[in-house]
Design a protein around this ligand. Sequence first.
Ligand SMILES: [Zn+2]
Length: 180
Amino acid sequence: MTSRMTPLLERNEQFARTYAPAPLGLPAAQVIVITCLDHRVDPAITLGLRLGDAPVLRNAGGRVTQPVIEEIAYLAFLGQRLSGGQLTDDRRFEVAVIHHTQCGTGFLADPGFRREASKATGVDEAALEASAVGDPRATVSADVGRLLTSPLLPPRMGVSGHVYDIETGRVITVVDARYP
Ligand SMILES: [Zn+2]
């Protein structure tokens, strides 16, 4: 029985041969990454993340939506529990929001395209508009602001904003880490 997964499962077989499990604990890089689900912007590859380094939240555009904010609130709570409440100022975490150039959600900035997409998919037009990344520098700044002003943002959590350039492979920092 073969499926599209067959070659990937073969790669997993290779991977498992030299695998060493990471223990349940705080992520080593002390960073939580929010980015787009685009297959060209995998942060494990672009940022060299290894297993156990950083939780990664991905959606269309890498937008800071209410569900994303709720995930971060829960991750912070879990982190506190796993560390026995030992998360002090010198062990602060940073949420890195990374948007990218050539994002497929960019088309959604156009009202005509948005209307067609909504009609064809049944997804609400406002939800489509909220995921649009036309100018990644502008949307990443807006999303850093949204997270910093959320009452659910855990204490001692910094937020930074970055843009990944598809052409060069470089991540440029647009907003340095800020704390609420
Ligand atoms: Zn994208």
